[in-house]
Ligand binder design. Sequence first.
Ligand SMILES: Cc1cc2nc3c(=O)[nH]c(=O)nc-3n(C[C@H](O)[C@H](O)[C@H](O)COP(=O)(O)OP(=O)(O)OC[C@H]3O[C@@H](n4cnc5c(N)ncnc54)[C@H](O)[C@@H]3O)c2cc1C
Ligand code: SF4
Length: 480
Amino acid sequence: MSDAMLKFVTVGQTMPRKRSADVRRDDFDEIYDEFAEEKAAEQASRCSQCGIPYCQIHCPLQNNIPDWLMLTAEGRLEEAYEAASATNNMPEICGRICPQDRLCEGNCVIEQAGHGTVTIGSIEKYITDTAWERGWVKPAVPMHERSETIGIIGAGPGGMAAAEELRRKGFQVTIYDRYDRVGGLLVYGIPNFKLEKEVVARREQLLRDAKVKFKLNFEVGRDASLAELRQKHDAVLIATGVYKDRDITVPGVGMQNIVPALSYLVASNRVCLGDSVPEFESGDLNADGKHVVVIGGGDTAMDCVRTAVRQGARSVKCLYRRDRGNMPGSVREVQHAEEEGIEFVWLSSPEAFLGETTVQGVRTQIMRLGLPDASGRQSPQPIEGAVVTHDASLVIKALGFDPEDLPTLFGEPDLPVTGWGTLRVDWGNMMTGVDGVFAAGDIVRGASLVVWAIRDGFDAADGIHAYLESRQRDPLSMAS
Ligand SMILES: Cc1cc2nc3c(=O)[nH]c(=O)nc-3n(C[C@H](O)[C@H](O)[C@H](O)COP(=O)(O)OP(=O)(O)OC[C@H]3O[C@@H](n4cnc5c(N)ncnc54)[C@H](O)[C@@H]3O)c2cc1C
Ligand code: SF4
């Protein structure tokens, strides 16, 4: 391992985290290893088992949270794991990275009453990590094998969740992915300090043990058309995510050291995985010693600023054109970033990048918030003459992602898309307008969350099952 990589890994793993704002969660995390079972039981016993389970209603998977909290409180961990995994095939991943403050925990009645939420995500993570340690997590074994084969394009959480459910139903499953590793954004987007890569690798192995086949470094559109996959398989699921970076059009944007967020995060994740990354070694995608400015206010921006701190940046600023209250990112992520020393510059919009060939600064226009727009959010408006310049030797653009043009890429002009370019599906069965072609995850919803991709994976597996069952009952459709 090179010195630069060693430094990154070391800094990334030892940087102290002060999270004073969330004391109950800190308590649980800190003594996780030593007294984990007692602490999990103590936390779980705080659940009031209220009549209407708002936490469950606000979990996209409708996880039966009150039941597994009660089982944990009673020390019945294996049953708690069974309950947690009945509706979710990656509970330890959701426990780590769901924005719980917007989902289950944010709607916990105890939180609403001002007493601090039950730490549902930490308990879900604890139960499932324990299940892995004690050998309770088993590969999907079908009651009987079926001859039909399913091709899944995309090995992210949507594709992985669907694959496991389809194997459980007995189908023969092959996943195609253009990356060299399984996991999609779980591996190459989300940083290791939020989701350790071994946790994803463990899930990959479980799928392999269930006899799911993988074809990696295989890009649909380059190595096969969608039509070829349709000929080969009885049904196809598209779970390709969204990868087209949104850009900013201001003077100087083409200068060196102005980089898209995903390129920066992929490089950092590859280094963490032990890959040799020339752009990191050369410093192009390495924040070490730099004045870093990240543009954007979503969770991707938070991951970039926190990664830059871990890489040893001299300073890290996050520019966002609205204010804190209107940020799309998780409040908890912003708190973590602030506690790590990141400076947020609210109501700031880049006007020009300064420098000759390499960026040296960002000139920003100061904004104020006007009336709410069609989405209900207050729209930012410039304050005339109010301009501020920030030093910058690395600028990371984290402005969001759009879908690629799949009908063109896949050679399937009939694949219906929405006005945003996402695939249009029948939400009742997740089938697109092309017979036998289904879709799930970000490519359907636009940039969203892991837990929603998993939910779609489950729904698509059910849709594919029903579709193939109906074909069996209808011999005419089999012949066509
Ligand atoms: C930086 C970042 C941080 C995030 N943090 C969080 C978080 O903390 N919590 C959270 O819940 N969500 C988070 N998200 C969102 C979350 O990662 C996504 O919503 C989720 O991964 C979507 O899953 P998916 O399976 O639809 O797509 P992806 O995870 O994007 O997987 C799609 C897969 O399809 C493959 N693929 C694409 N095109 C082709 C092709 N033509 N041929 C073959 N393979 C193809 C890709 O290589 C990829 O492996 C984050 C996203 C980003 C970018
Ligand atoms: S899957 Fe996410 S939203 Fe649902 S209970 Fe787990 S952490 Fe909460």
